[in-house]
Write a protein that binds this ligand. Structure first.
Ligand SMILES: [Fe+2]
Ligand SMILES: [Fe+2]
Length: 256
């Protein structure tokens, strides 16, 4: 089974670009299932109901989130019924710890965890959380989106759970790392990168971020207006022998 996992989707313009290109991307790459990280869809922070429905309309089977899971408070109204795995080590009962996805005769368990290094959120330990979850999971394949800032924490997590799950893929930094590998049949990448505006700082408008760094004037970041969209992620080829491939595509702005 070939799964396209799209990294953090930033801004609603990216949904329109995906709408135009997703079928062709699936065809070209022989994709059966599309998953994504959806924590930055609505104005760069969180996920509104309308955008959730639009992503579902593209055929995205499952979504993970991150530190911005509850940045749009309306998610509290729909997360319980949504095909979303929210960070399992958040100390809330809202939403699902595990999202089960059915494909043909197979069941995939999708799990999302938050790292604790440099993320100032009260969280349970991601190591202990997954350790306690695994005996209760019945699935053919287990995929974990580890949403964290520190590369060291992500790699340590990978070695701890290699051989116990089928994939551990990193999200949150929005910059793709060049370390996709398989160890003990567990696919891994430290960060799969983001899907969003190319001319940007991690998806945000460049001038505002520059002002922040140069003057200390701290205004809320806006999503970059650049119409050229970079799509980053990984393709997980899960079978007896699991494989991981890089996925990267730049959709240039239409010439007006
Ligand atoms: Fe993100
Ligand atoms: Fe994040």
């Amino acid at each position: 089974m070939r799964i396209l996992y799209l990294g953090d989707i930033v801004g609603e313009k990216t949904i329109s670009v995906l709408k135009k290109h997703i079928e062709e991307i699936k065809r070209e790459n022989h994709i059966h299932i599309v998953l994504c990280n959806a924590e930055n869809v609505t104005k760069g922070r969180g996920l509104s109901f309308i955008h959730y429905k639009q992503l579902k309309g593209l055929g995205i089977a499952g979504m993970t989130m991150g530190n911005h899971t509850f940045s749009k408070s309306e998610i509290k109204e729909f997360i319980d019924d949504a095909t979303i795995a929210r960070p399992a080590n958040l100390t809330t009962d809202l939403g699902k710890d595990v999202l089960y996805i059915q494909y043909n005769q197979e069941t995939i368990a999708l799990i999302n965890l938050l790292g604790r290094v440099y993320l100032n959120i009260p969280l349970d330990c991601p190591f202990k959380t997954l350790e306690s979850m695994l005996p209760n999971i019945t699935a053919d394949k287990i995929i974990v989106d580890f949403h964290g800032e520190a590369t060291s924490e992500k790699r340590a997590f990978f070695y701890n759970f290699a051989g116990k799950v089928d994939a551990i893929i990193g999200s949150h930094t929005h910059i793709k790392t060049d370390d996709a590998e398989v160890y003990k049949n567990t696919c891994y990448i430290t960060d799969m990168g983001m899907c969003g505006p190319k001319y940007s700082v991690l998806g945000s408008e460049v001038d505002g971020i520059l002002e922040r760094f140069k003057t200390g004037i701290y205004e809320p970041a806006k999503v970059s207006e650049d119409a050229t969209i970079q799509l980053n992620g990984v393709i997980l080829d899960l079978g007896k022998e699991n494989k991981i491939e890089d996925f990267k595509k730049i959709i240039k702005a239409p010439i007006l």
